[in-house]
Design a protein around this ligand. Structure first.
Ligand SMILES: Cc1cc2nc3c(=O)[nH]c(=O)nc-3n(C[C@H](O)[C@H](O)[C@H](O)COP(=O)(O)OP(=O)(O)OC[C@H]3O[C@@H](n4cnc5c(N)ncnc54)[C@H](O)[C@@H]3O)c2cc1C
Length: 391
């Protein structure tokens, strides 16, 4: 098989890249190793409304719930409430990703991308050492797809990056080990996303509940990799369930990793661009990555069109992708990484102090930055290390 661009992975990043490139007339093939796109879901499915709607038209079929905001709980139970439009890019809609991911892939197919499910990329093809396609296993049969450009959208465990010689290794401290239950319980609050902090509850991370309507919620945990171990996230999540949803019925269980490494040194090589989790484009403090994956996918698709038409697919020829994704999200990811590095060191007393200090403040209309500024004003000694980020 021959095409202009082969996209490996049909998550949000891959589908947006495939759609953008195919809509502009390129011959695109997108490979997905699973037989059903979007399933199993390894995601809490929360996204900010505004940014999502800038990229795709909202569709009630893939919106499970719309929430009013977020509640954040300190280890001692003190809570603060943020409104939806201010709470950051993971609060607003809770998606049904099994439908959402499939819808994005179908959009790509509708504009001409060829989508091959049950097709696992196995390695890069090379001509004179330069990547020129992908060798894959398609429904049990070997398949070679020749293409001058490969977009690696193969998620946190990206192999495309490694095959292309891009350093995508994650230190244990820079990955969050996650477990999530889909829970049915009459006590679930259908209107708010909730975040629970505490070093015993979720070392270096947090527990979340993201409602999906009708008393159903994604209840999950992310534990910093350096503080986790085999089975730890599931054990801690079960403990949380006992204390918060003792009668909750678990109808689905998933586990997965979420990169929190900050900005990757390079997301390109000759003939290769990495997008989404494969390029660690998640927010290190929240773990949210859907919107950044989609944005990066669009940028990669646009750059692919130019690079294929001018025939310069070298790393230098793909520089526009590096420049544009860094300009779009690099500063935010870098800043979030610094916050993460600081916050994972805090004790429960520190967290209680910080959240407790907001109790008498009206933060409902503040965004995360505004809240951090307020926290700094109220706790200058504790947050001194962060002063350069807050001004
Ligand atoms: C537990 C958990 C909760 C999360 N919650 C949120 C949240 O609430 N909000 C948010 O914004 N983000 C969240 N995230 C992060 C979010 O899920 C990711 O950032 C997002 O899915 C990244 O999209 P992607 O397209 O880069 O990768 P993915 O969605 O991971 O897609 C990669 C695709 O590539 C396929 N693939 C991999 N290897 C191959 C291969 N060799 N050949 C062919 N196909 C391959 C995979 O099967 C997969 O379909 C969460 C992550 C986890 C683990």
């Amino acid at each position: 098989m021959k095409c202009d661009v082969v996209v490996v992975g049909a998550g949000p990043a891959g589908s947006m890249a495939a759609r953008t490139a195919a809509a502009a007339g390129l011959n695109v093939v997108m490979l997905e190793k699973r037989q059903e796109i979007g399933d199993p879901v390894r995601c809490a499915e929360g996204v900010g409304k505004r940014v999502l709607c800038e990229m795709v038209k909202p569709d009630s079929q893939w919106i499970a719930a719309e929430v009013k905001g977020a509640r954040i709980y300190a280890p001692d139970g003190t809570r603060v409430v943020m409104s939806e439009d201010r709470a950051g890019s993971e609060v607003g809609y809770v998606l049904e990703r099994k439908i959402f991911d499939r819808a994005l892939a179908m959009d790509a197919a509708r504009v001409g991308a060829k989508v091959l499910v049950k097709t696992r990329a196995l390695e890069l093809l090379r001509k004179n050492g330069v990547p020129c396609g992908v060798s894959a296993m398609h429904m049990g049969e070997p398949l070679q797809i020749e293409a001058p450009l490969i977009i690696g959208a193969d998620g946190v465990e990206s192999k495309v990056g490694r095959w292309a010689g891009i350093d995508t290794a994650l230190k244990p401290k820079d990955i969050h080990c996650c477990a999530q239950f889909l829970v049915q319980d009459s006590t679930i609050d259908d209107e708010y996303c909730e975040f629970f902090l505490g070093n015993n509850l979720a070392p270096g991370g947090y527990v979340w509940t993201f409602p999906k309507g009708d008393k159903l919620a994604n209840v999950g945990i992310g534990v910093q990799g350096s503080k986790s171990g085999s089975g730890v996230p599931v054990r801690l999540l079960k403990e949380f369930m006992k204390s918060h949803f003792p009668n909750g019925r678990v109808v689905e269980i998933v586990a997965g990793g979420d990169p929190s490494s900050g900005v990757i040194e390079s997301a390109t090589a000759d003939g290769v661009m990495l997008v989404g989790d494969a390029a660690h484009q998640t927010d290190p403090i929240t773990g949210g990555g859907i919107l950044n994956a989609m944005k990066a996918g669009i940028i990669a698709g646009e750059v692919a069109v130019k690079a294929v038409s001018n025939g310069n697919l070298s790393k230098a020829g793909l520089k526009e992708y590096e420049d544009r994704w860094r300009a779009e999200m690099g500063k935010h990811i870098a800043r979030s990484f610094e916050y993460k590095e600081f916050f994972v060191k805090l004790t429960d007393n520190d967290l209680n102090q910080l959240i407790g200090s907001l109790k008498n403040e009206d933060i409902s209309k503040m965004d995360l930055r505004g809240m951090l500024r307020m926290l700094f004003k109220l706790n200058p000694k504790l947050l001194w290390e962060l002063r350069h980020l807050v001004v």
